[in-house]
Ligand binder design. Structure first.
Ligand SMILES: Nc1ncnc2c1ncn2[C@@H]1O[C@H](COP(=O)(O)OP(=O)(O)OP(=O)(O)O)[C@@H](O)[C@H]1O
Length: 560
């Protein structure tokens, strides 16, 4: 029992924190939302006005009077309310777009500012689903569902009052459906939230698979796994379909029950009206009002109940966005040490991705201007050392500190990347022109600096041979150029930064020895010389290095 109460309290605390989050994001849009709500409410009131005018029309016609003026008034109200509906719908689209982009931009930025190790635990397909579908669901809830709930509530109240003026018993009777709607909404809300979470999780898996197999289409083709891929996609679709159907079945069951109650209410109002006419207690016009208003009192109740699943989806999606926003942000000290000669001291670091340590109390000093080769067996921790120096994770024990020749010091942190140039393993080019790719190294690089970087990376020759030179558009993952050419552009992107600290992680592995020699000699000739960490499996590279260090038994040490 106590556990149940605790769970209820913690569920409630979670829900209210999600709602607070939604309210916070909605605040800037209150003026626009108020306009949409005002228009929606006016449309609802106009519909009640139409019912009353309809009554007058029928009464005047059955008394043999002319109804031209009443018809004109009816048409005018219809036109005005249509215009208000259009303006309201357009404003809702604007709010949706602004709101969705506002959250998307913030969450995207948050992902970029999150500790790399924490964010890479999520599949990019999952992150994409949260950024697109989940943000879309929240934005739709804010711009469409919430204003319509308010409109429905006002419509319900106004219709009830109007109907009560004619026949209070009928008004109360028409409202009898409300407790059933409220109960089923509460029951539904709980179940639907869980189901919606499942739907979004399976959606993420489904999208992640499509994204991954399309970006690795060459592997799919090479290993002839086309059929397997389609089968896997179907399996994931089946999993998704199971939860989508389960969620919809639940929603549908509730709305069917409500709908039946609604139909019953309508028939009852009809019978009531017919009996009253036969007794001459109401006119035909009043009968028209009965039927219209009973309809308008019950449809908001049903629609309100149907808004519950949407609100639940909105809260479930907000929870998935908040989860990403809660990931630990990387630290950025912003006050960089200056100078063009920077070294780094690694002092007793211990780190492991899981329980097993990759480094245990490892220490080393990379002195300013020194060229160091880092060697070691595959999987021993070379790239991990780089990740720690680049502060892609802050979970290591021990210290990593940059220092310059003037004795200034700065702990490894995100802003230290300002003075680091990094060429990671593999193909890391973006789709776009070669110039755009190189400018990622330094956004304000001049044309001469771009050319100089291309020359330093021995890429000037092949780039100038391309019909459009640096304006040549390359595809995703460097599609359209060779691996070695892509690697040289990645090196040029690092060189254009002219950073005093250079990290090359198997950056020349696809180059022939002659080109590799030219690139490394070029870097060595810089004045002042950068501090360079060169991760390599190739012995030929060692001739350019002042020092060779290796990783063994989770420690860093000199190769002698
Ligand atoms: N993101 C990660 N999550 C969990 N474990 C990881 C992760 N990245 C690397 N590892 C593990 O950490 C260890 C060191 O990996 P690392 O990539 O640093 O090796 P490496 O020496 O650079 O290897 P290679 O020469 O093959 O590139 C390996 O056992 C690897 O499986």
């Amino acid at each position: 029992m106590l556990r149940k109460i605790k769970k209820f309290i913690s569920d409630w605390e979670n829900q209210s924190s999600y709602i607070k989050w939604i309210v916070n994001y909605t605040k800037p849009y209150i003026p626009q939302l108020s306009l949409v709500m005002f228009l929606n409410i006016m449309v609802s009131l106009a519909s009640i006005g139409l019912a009353l005018i309809g009554k007058r029309m029928v009464d005047q016609a059955s008394a043999g009077n002319t109804v031209t003026k009443v018809i004109l008034l009816y048409v005018l109200i219809v036109l005005v309310s249509q215009a208000m509906m259009c303006i309201g719908a357009l404003s809702a689209v604007v709010i949706y777009e602004k709101f969705a982009f506002g959250i998307r931009k913030q969450v995207y930025r948050r992902i970029l500012d999150t500790n790399w190790l924490d964010v890479t635990k999520y599949h990019t397909g999952d992150l994409m689903t949260r950024l697109t579908t989940d943000v879309g669901i929240v934005a739709d809830g804010i711009s469409v569902t919430i204003p319509s709930i308010l409109q429905l509530a006002v419509q319900l109240l106004a219709t009830f009052c109007t109907l009560a003026v004619f026949d209070w018993k009928l008004a109360v009777f028409a409202l009898a459906i409300a407790p059933a709607a409220a109960l089923s909404s509460m029951w539904l809300g709980r179940i639907l939230k869980k189901l919606q979470m499942k739907v979004q999780e399976t959606e993420s898996r489904y999208r992640s698979f499509i994204q991954e197999s399309l970006s690795n289409i060459l592997i799919v083709k090479s290993f002839r796994t086309e059929d397997y891929s389609v089968e896997k996609l179907t399996r994931l679709r089946d999993e998704r379909l199971y939860w989508v159907l389960k969620k919809n079945r639940t929603g549908l069951a509730a709305s069917t029950i409500l709908s039946l109650a609604f139909q019953f209410g309508y028939v009852a109002a009809f019978a009531w009206g017919a009996v009253s006419i036969s007794r001459n207690t109401i006119t035909f016009g009043t009968m028209t009002v009965f039927l219209t208003l009973v309809n308008r009192i019950q449809s908001p109740i049903v629609n309100l109940a149907q808004s519950i699943p949407k609100l639940v989806s909105m809260i479930a999606s907000a929870a998935r966005i908040i989860e990403i926003q809660k990931l630990p942000e990387e630290t950025s000290l912003e006050e960089n040490i200056r100078g063009d000669q920077v070294g780094v001291r690694v002092n007793k670091i211990s780190f492991g991705y899981g329980e097993d340590l990759v480094f245990d109390q490892a220490s080393i000093d990379f002195k300013p201007g020194e060229f160091t080769a880092i060697v070691g067996a595959s999987g021993i921790g070379k790239t991990t050392l780089v990740r720690l120096i680049m502060a892609f994770t802050n979970k290591a024990a021990g210290t990593i500190e940059f220092y310059n020749v003037h004795g200034d010091r700065e702990k490894a942190n995100a802003s230290a990347r300002d003075f680091i140039s990094y060429v990671p393993q593999g193909n890391t080019l973006f789709s776009g022109t070669i110039r755009e790719n190189i400018r990622m190294g330094r956004l304000d690089a001049t044309e001469e600096e771009i050319m100089e970087a291309l020359k330093g990376a021995s890429a000037d020759g092949f780039v100038s041979g391309l019909p459009k030179g640096v304006d040549t558009v390359i595809g995703e993952k460097g599609h359209g150029i060779s691996e070695g050419q892509a690697q040289r552009i990645a090196i040029a992107r690092a060189l254009v930064r002219k950073a005093p600290f250079l990290i090359l992680d198997e950056a020349t592995s696809s180059l022939d020895e002659e080109t590799e020699l030219r690139v490394l000699e070029g870097i060595r000739s810089w004045n002042p010389a950068p501090t360079c960490l060169l991760i390599t499996h190739r012995r030929s590279v060692l001739q350019y290095c002042d020092r060779e260090i290796c990783i063994e038994n989770k420690k860093l040490g000199e190769v002698v």
